[in-house]
Design a protein around this ligand. Structure first.
Ligand SMILES: C[S@@+](CC[C@H](N)C(=O)[O-])C[C@H]1O[C@@H](n2cnc3c(N)ncnc32)[C@H](O)[C@@H]1O
Length: 236
């Protein structure tokens, strides 16, 4: 992929331009599976009796708010960071609409995943949904998440990986129909980027190796719907 496309400014501008369509297209183009995958990630997050988690690349806040709304065993707070202002505005308006106690429990802040403005070992859990594939430097982003996690804390990643789709017709759909429909609706080429960035990202196995090199342990992977997405969990 053209390196300029993974430039932070270009990525932030691209996500900002598709922000109004993001949630709808996410569900529509995955036939509702994206919500199901998110629920799996949320259910498996180690949060019982914990105090604070960070949702990196939070977008419109789906993972952060999903956890606060459904994980009743978690009484703590969430911080979501993203470098796209329109995405953060969506997250902030969602939390405002939800009303008490959510605005007190969730904070959405401008921030770069490659340079997290938090002290070492601040968070009990870190999540990142469809974010790592966009990092200019994947290891640097993983090192930052490792740094801000407490020892024993869990990382939860959901992502699209290279070569992981088991069925050729599903790969064809993801490579042709998804970009065509997504680009047409958003009038951008963001969904061609989605295809290219997934097909050129790490394989699941290589990503797990990279997590190990960064220092993560107990690395587990879970395959979602024909391998379209994977949830990866690891511990510091
Ligand atoms: C595909 S969206 C995912 C949103 C949400 N996590 C979800 O699961 O639907 C990716 C988000 O990551 C953000 N992003 C990508 N690279 C980032 C970085 N280096 N720092 C902060 N945010 C980043 C984009 O602005 C975008 O909102």
């Amino acid at each position: 992929m053209d390196e300029a496309r993974k430039n932070r400014k270009a990525i932030a501008a691209m996500f900002s331009s598709i922000a109004p369509y993001y949630d709808f297209l996410n569900q529509f183009l995955s036939f509702g599976q994206a919500g199901h995958w998110r629920t799996k990630l949320i259910r498996g997050a180690d949060l019982k009796d914990k105090e604070l988690f960070l949702d990196v690349c939070t977008g419109s806040g789906d993972i952060a708010l999903g956890i606060l709304k459904t994980r009743l065993d978690f009484k703590g707070n969430a911080i979501g960071i993203d470098f796209s202002a329109p995405m953060l505005n969506l997250a902030r308006s969602r939390v405002a609409k939800l009303g008490a106690p959510y605005p007190r429990r969730a904070e959405f802040m401008m921030g770069d995943a490659l340079d997290l403005q938090y002290m070492d070992e601040k968070f009990d859990m870190v999540s990142v949904g469809y974010g790592v594939r966009n990092f200019e430097d994947t290891s640097a982003g993983l090192r930052e998440m490792y740094r801000v996690l407490k020892f024993g804390g869990q990382l939860n990643v959901i992502e699209f990986f290279k070569g992981s789709i088991a069925l050729p017709p599903v790969q064809w759909f993801v490579d042709t129909v998804t970009p065509w429909v997504g680009n047409m609706i958003t009038r951008t080429d963001a969904f061609s980027y989605l295809r290219e960035s997934s097909n050129e990202f790490y394989t699941v196995e290589d990503f797990c190796k990279l997590l190990g090199q960064v220092g993560f342990i107990e690395i587990e992977k879970e395959r979602m719907t024909f391998g379209i997405a994977h949830i990866i969990r690891a511990r510091k």
